[in-house]
Design a protein around this ligand. Structure first.
Ligand code: 2HA
Ligand code: ZN
Length: 273
């Protein structure tokens, strides 16, 4: 089978396009990666080319040795992923030590994987181990309201989680463990990758101050849906804050406890204190 005919490549490109339509990806902002299941790699094997050299990842991800990922390319625009998937994106194979990768498909114009590859791979490793292999998608985007929130609130997981949960009733059901927030850091390096992966041990969403969202999920739909929900809730927070800094009423701790009981969700205790 051709890569472009596979369900995973179609869903990958669709997510990129959906994110662009939502306004989360100005210019070359954002990046996406997917840990491809073994059987899907087998299905497209005829198109994979093993002649390219291995390059350093910039960090070590031993548990990902031998895994394949579909990733967006550095400098590429999400706007173009749907129409020009093979040029804007590629498939990489991780070597047996988990320190190197090689391109086996795509990046047809001579491109390379996203500048955030170390963050993506370290977080794939954390989430793969934490979810028994269920999580396969890591998505990073630049939605305006989440970024705006990071100028208004202390960089604190509980404060952000509570504001986001309170802004829209579905939120605690969609991210019951809450969100992590990390202070501004230089993008693309090991430091932001390590700080993010510490948060992702506990959460499925990390907010990068003045930068964007980094999130993880099992399917393309649920991962995009998670980013979309966090951003929608942030938009409501910003609308409210734009009018007043005092809420007349909100969803209370007791309400969250009632919600958790009736819907059988395991809400983080820490966020309810
Ligand atoms: O431009 O979003 O964080 C790609 C990015 C880097
Ligand atoms: Zn970014």
């Amino acid at each position: 089978m051709k890569v472009l005919d596979s369900d995973f490549a179609k869903s990958f490109a669709k997510l990129a396009n959906d994110g662009f339509i939502m306004g989360y990806h100005e210019r070359n902002g954002g990046n996406l990666s997917y840990r491809i299941p073994k059987e899907s790699v087998e299905a497209v094997k005829e198109e994979l080319d093993y002649s390219k050299p291995f390059a350093d990842i910039g960090t070590a991800v031993a548990s990902l040795a031998g895994e394949y990922f579909m990733v967006t390319g550095t400098g590429q625009y999400f706007q173009n992923v749907l129409e020009r998937t093979e040029e804007t994106s590629g498939i990489i194979e991780i070597d047996s030590t988990g320190t190197k990768y090689r391109i086996v498909w795509g990046f047809s114009g001579g491109g390379r994987p996203t500048s955030e590859l170390p963050s993506h791979l370290m977080n794939h490793e954390v989430k793969m181990l934490a979810t028994n292999g269920k999580h396969r998608v890591i998505y990073h985007c630049h939605p305006a309201n989440v970024i705006a929130m990071t100028f208004l609130l202390p960089i604190d997981d509980k404060i952000f989680t509570r504001e986001l949960w309170e802004s829209m009733t579905e939120c605690p059901m969609i991210f019951p463990s809450g969100v992590g927030v990390i202070p501004w850091m230089v993008p693309g390096g090991r430091e932001i990758a390590v700080a993010t992966s510490e948060k992702m041990k506990k959460y499925d969403v990390a907010i990068w101050a003045h930068h964007g969202i980094f999130c993880s999920g099992d399917t393309f739909d649920s991962t995009f849906g998670l980013a979309h929900t966090v951003e929608k809730s942030a938009e409501i927070y910003i609308k409210v804050r734009s009018v007043t800094d005092k809420k007349l009423q909100t969803i209370t701790t007791r309400d969250f406890i009632a919600l958790a009981r009736d819907f059988g969700i395991d809400l983080s205790e820490e966020m309810l204190k």
